[in-house]
Ligand binder design. Structure first.
Ligand code: FAD
Length: 459
């Protein structure tokens, strides 16, 4: 990067907030996926105005900029594929306004998601979207990826809670989108287009989120199965029984054992699969719903239905689910984690399809995920240095995506497209769908300078 550009960055952000030495920037060249590219500079913003100045500089001098939350993304979204500048939102962590009367909170985009709950809890409120990465990912990253979580089945995902946002557009304009009212239809749903935009259309600097009252009571249980099919069938049967658990997480035998090897969370090593289920709400209704859950799993040969006796037992089970990915990462040198998603009624077909694909290509796969939303994380455990195994994995992943599409599902339920799933997007949305995305991108970012190279190619 030219010295004059670095000098200008220092003028905007201050000397301490600009990195240009390669060894200082290593941590900003990758995320939790397999993509990796070193940036030419990293800047740490503390105000919206600084980001506006940055984008004016980027546009004048034709420099790519890649926004970054905490780099926990699983599709390569915050990797600076075309080099240029990484814009870290890490230092924008202020809570701007907590408005319990309207059940709203306005925060800077770099705030860690789980930091909202202690503030909201003061007024008996909570922020429902809780990705497995809730203790380290940022609100900006969650909005940009439309993150889901363990409570998605009952409470929905990030998009269901975004009311309003301040955004710096690629050419430096600052706009406020959305509204704090419960209802708002003045103009297009512009805040909506930024949810899931993966840092391609603008940089969110402030976000206003809706909160909900904390449920009075939780009932938690672990349903233990000797067959994957029975566990998968139970998911659609529970929903068909008219129950909407707040959590319904699936873990197969490989995942269970990886977790137990990592930390003893009390999971049964010999089970083929478990469902971690929670109902919540008024005490009576949570208890009644859990009784219906037990009835539904009993019809599917559940081996044991173990209710958590207290919060310690419940928290341990949830901790087990949250460390699933880290635990699987310990089994082999590398893993390829996918998030293909289907309708819940198609889960049994999806689970058996994944097992068949893994068998066909002689691969080890751990399956876990938010089964209640039909969102599984088949995780291929591999050694990337083994070229033959890598080749088989690539074929298996391609078949997995096709299976999801054939079952009317989607290639990504929550991790986004980024770099990792870019080659597969056209299969799902077609050439016209890609053209529409390209045209929207051109409207916001005619020079393709904000997070270029992601999701789709520009023509
Ligand atoms: C162990 C583990 C568990 C996970 N569990 C889940 C899960 O349950 N559900 C789920 O959905 N995801 C999960 N993830 C994936 C990841 O945590 C989420 O995608 C998260 O939303 C990324 O947030 P981040 O702050 O790390 O963003 P980054 O990874 O830094 O960025 C993600 C994308 O957002 C863009 N971006 C970041 N901030 C902004 C901003 N302010 N304005 C515009 N664009 C921006 C970036 O350019 C990039 O494209 C998990 C990841 C890990 C490692």
């Amino acid at each position: 990067m030219k010295k004059s550009h670095i000098d200008e960055l220092i003028t905007i952000f201050g000397k301490e907030q600009v990195l240009t030495e390669p060894e200082d920037m290593i941590a900003y060249s990758y995320d939790a996926s397999h993509a990796e590219t070193e940036p030419e500079a990293v800047v740490f913003a503390t105000t919206t105005e600084q980001i506006s100045e940055l984008m004016k500089l980027a546009y004048r001098e034709h420099i790519p900029v890649t926004p970054r939350g905490q780099g926990s993304g699983l599709s390569g979204g915050s990797v600076p594929l075309k080099k240029g500048i990484v814009l870290s939102m890490d230092k924008m962590q202020n809570v701007i306004e907590f408005d319990p009367a309207n059940r709203l909170i306005t925060v800077e985009a770099g705030l860690t998601t789980s930091d909202i709950d202690p503030i909201a809890a003061e007024a008996n409120l909570f922020y429902p979207p809780d990705p497995g990465s809730v203790t380290f990912s940022t609100i900006g990253g969650n909005v940009a990826e439309n993150a889901g979580g363990l409570r998605g089945l009952k409470y929905g995902v990030t998009k269901d809670y975004v009311k309003m946002m301040k955004v710096v557009l690629p050419q430096g304009d600052i706009v406020t989108l959305g509204n704090k009212c419960v209802k708002h239809v003045a103009g297009f749903n512009m805040e909506g287009i930024f949810v899931g935009s993966e840092g391609l259309l603008g940089i969110m600097t402030e976000v206003t989120l809706a909160l909900l009252p904390i449920p009075q009571h939780h009932e938690s249980a672990l349903a233990i199965f000797d067959s994957l099919d029975d566990a998968a069938q139970s998911v659609s049967d529970i929903i068909a029984a008219g129950v909407t658990p707040s959590t319904m997480e699936f873990m197969d035998n490989i995942t269970i054992n990886a977790i137990q090897n990592f930390q003893d969370c009390g999971l049964p090593r010999d089970a083929e699969a478990v469902l971690l289920i929670e109902t919540d709400g008024e005490e009576n209704s949570a208890v009644n719903e859990m009784a219906k859950v037990e009835e539904a799993v009993s019809k599917n040969n559940v081996r044991k239905f173990a209710r958590a006796r207290d919060m310690t037992e419940r928290d341990l089970l949830f901790a087990g689910r949250r460390i699933a990915l880290n635990a699987l990462a310990n089994v082999k040198p590398n893993l390829i984690l996918e998030d293909a998603t289907v309708m819940r009624s198609k889960l049994p077909e999806m689970v058996s399809g994944i097992v068949n694909i893994a068998t066909k290509y002689d691969l080890q796969v751990g399956i876990f995920g938010h089964a209640g939303d039909g969102n599984l994380h088949p995780t291929f455990l591999i050694d990337m240095k083994d070229k033959d195994e890598m080749g088989r994995t690539e074929k298996a992943v391609t078949e997995l995506f096709q299976l999801a599409i054939d079952l009317d599902g989607t290639i990504s339920g929550e991790h986004g497209i980024g770099v990792e799933k870019k080659p597969f997007l056209e299969n799902q949305i077609g050439a016209e769908g890609i053209r529409l995305l390209q045209n929207i991108k051109k409207t916001f970012d005619p020079e393709n300078l904000l997070n270029p190279g992601k999701m789709f190619d520009m023509v």
